[in-house]
Design a protein around this ligand. Structure first.
Ligand SMILES: [Zn+2]
Length: 548
């Protein structure tokens, strides 16, 4: 006994058996029931979603001994012959191999005669867009005045290639690509009925790999069944594809710009016998998922757009957090650009490696929004060193703001929060300190006005340089020092120790210039900025804190 492939064995024989095309089958059934079916029908849609199967069911519905009926019996001779493809009145023509004017002329001659066994002659022309211009013209004459005993059903994957004159004379039915949930349910039904013993993950992989085509999903199921695969791992082996986990690892290393690790994964997969082209195809699909996850926040819409299982979605979400939308986009674009080259290459391995290397060398794109929010955070960061708790909350804060979609309300409430926070000392001018002192400690203010300069060093010391000995001794008095510290704390909410020094001309400008530069470079704020932006210092321009 020969093995009947699943796609043929499970070919739908009734409108109710067609999956995922309810909008089409319901309308057709109504049209048949109410005798409103047009004599020319156009079925368009991706391959393997049931166009020719439905065309055959229509032929049966029109010709069934109990019909015309929206529910053909599938038992009468005519139904059986149509199912078997042996009914001479139901003609299936492949438009790709019968595309010339002669074939269409012959068809026109034949349909002049009344059907032999059936009520109607039904002509199903598959891949109708392949017909030549002349053939279409010949067909047009028939469609303008079709004989009452003739129906035409045209099926095509490319409806845009059908001339408008033909198109306008047809009732158009659009078949859709199936989503992964529909396909998976269908595969489960068949797997159970055929005792294939596939688990959920295995079925999920097959459904995903079929890209919306029922026929493809069943061919893959045949392949998997022949292999005897039941688990996800075995299914991947049977189909020669990579498990999502490997693709996810590869994506992570590419985002991290880790060339060595990326190449290592490719090498492992290559040695495992995986087709490199399919790896890049899966990688492209995975980056598409990342991009959608990054941009679509509604979980319901997200679920219909991507075909990952929930744990995979969580992992992908986690991964996208650290990278900008623009970065994922530029990597994806590069992969798409190179994919065609890889497909045509006689040495795909080198091409794939080149692609990975160039991906890992692409500069990471950081959104301006991210930078602004990082800067916002930076200027509001508690800077005391060793303050681990505050540092970690800062990290969290940074994390949150840099990854949220920036909604105007968020921005407002964020700004409100900042307004209510004490003003950090580093973000405002020290001039304001003297102005403040004029109201609270006028004597000290007037002495400070005579001072040369003021600065905060890396040890959080407020150093005041005085030009005159008298000012030094005045400010050095414990009472005055305490007053300055207190006022400073009041205004800037920052605890500082005050040190008074006599200013010498080479104090800051020359001898200390190096030290000051070093101090500046070691300043916690600068260190933080280096951290956040993964930056390095190229140049230091001295612009010391001056009171005047
Ligand atoms: Zn019948």
């Amino acid at each position: 006994m020969s093995y009947l492939v699943l796609a043929r064995k499970w070919r739908p024989q009734r409108f109710e058996d067609v999956i995922g095309q309810n909008h089409v089958t319901k309308t057709l059934q109504n049209a048949i029931k109410n005798d409103r079916l047009a004599h020319a029908l156009l079925f368009s849609g991706p391959r393997g979603v049931g166009k020719t199967s439905v065309a055959r069911i229509v032929a049966k519905a029109l010709n069934c001994k109990k019909g015309p009926t929206p529910v053909p019996c599938n038992r009468c001779e005519i139904c059986k012959r149509i199912t078997a493809g042996n009914e001479i009145d139901v003609l299936e023509i492949d438009g790709a191999s019968n595309r010339g004017i002669d074939e269409i002329r012959q068809l026109r001659e034949e349909i002049k005669f009344r059907p032999v066994n059936c009520r109607y002659r039904v002509n199903i022309i598959d891949e109708v867009h392949m017909l030549t211009k002349e053939a279409f013209n010949a067909l047009l004459k028939t469609l303008e005045e079709p004989p009452p005993h003739v129906y035409f059903i045209f099926a095509t994957t490319e409806p845009q290639r059908i001339p408008a004159t033909i198109h306008s004379r047809c009732q158009h039915y659009e078949f859709k690509r199936l989503n992964i949930i529909e396909l998976k349910a269908h595969l489960k039904k068949i797997s159970d009925a055929e005792n294939l013993g596939l688990n959920e993950e295995g079925l999920h992989i097959i459904a995903r790999q079929a890209k919306g085509s029922v026929r493809d999903s069943l061919s893959l199921l045949d392949q998997v069944a022949a292999f005897g695969a039941t688990t996800a791992e075995e299914v991947c082996q049977a189909l020669g594809i990579v498990e999502t986990i490997s693709i996810q690892q590869l994506a992570t290393f590419i985002l991290k710009r880790d060339v060595a690790k990326s190449l290592e994964i490719i090498d492992e997969l290559y040695r495992f016998g995986v087709d490199l082209q399919s790896i890049i195809e899966q990688l492209i699909r995975y980056f598409r998922h990342l991009l959608i996850i990054k941009t679509v926040k509604d979980p319901k819409i997200l679920g219909t757009l991507i075909d990952l299982v929930s744990e995979e979605i969580e992992l992908a979400k986690e991964l996208t957090k650290s990278y900008s939308y623009s970065d994922i986009l530029q990597l994806l674009n590069k992969m798409l650009d190179d994919f065609d080259v890889i497909k045509k290459s006689t040495n795909p391995r080198i091409r794939v490696e080149l692609l990975l290397i160039s991906l890992c060398h692409m500069e990471e794109v950081v959104c301006l929004e991210d930078i602004i929010s990082k800067l916002d955070n930076l200027s509001n960061t508690p800077l005391r060193e060793g303050d681990k708790e505050k540092n970690s909350s800062y990290e969290e804060n940074l994390y949150k703001t840099s990854n949220n979609s920036y909604n105007i309300n968020d921005k407002l409430s964020y700004d409100d929060k900042i307004a209510n926070q004490p003003k950090p000392c580093d973000s405002i001018s020290l001039d304001s300190f003297v102005t403040y002192l004029k109201n609270t400690a006028p004597v000290i203010a007037s002495v400070l006005e005579e001072c040369k300069s003021i600065k905060i060093d890396s040890n959080n010391k407020l150093i005041i340089f005085c030009e005159h000995e008298w000012a030094v001794s005045f400010l050095k008095e414990e009472e005055h020092k305490k007053e300055i510290e207190k006022r400073f704390r009041e205004l800037f909410h920052k605890e500082l120790e005050v040190e008074i020094r006599l200013f010498k001309s080479d104090d800051i400008d020359q001898t200390n210039n190096k030290d000051s530069k070093k101090e500046l470079m070691e300043h916690p704020l600068v260190q933080k900025a280096i951290d956040v932006f993964d930056a390095r210092i190229l140049r230091v321009d001295m612009n010391d804190f001056s009171l005047k």
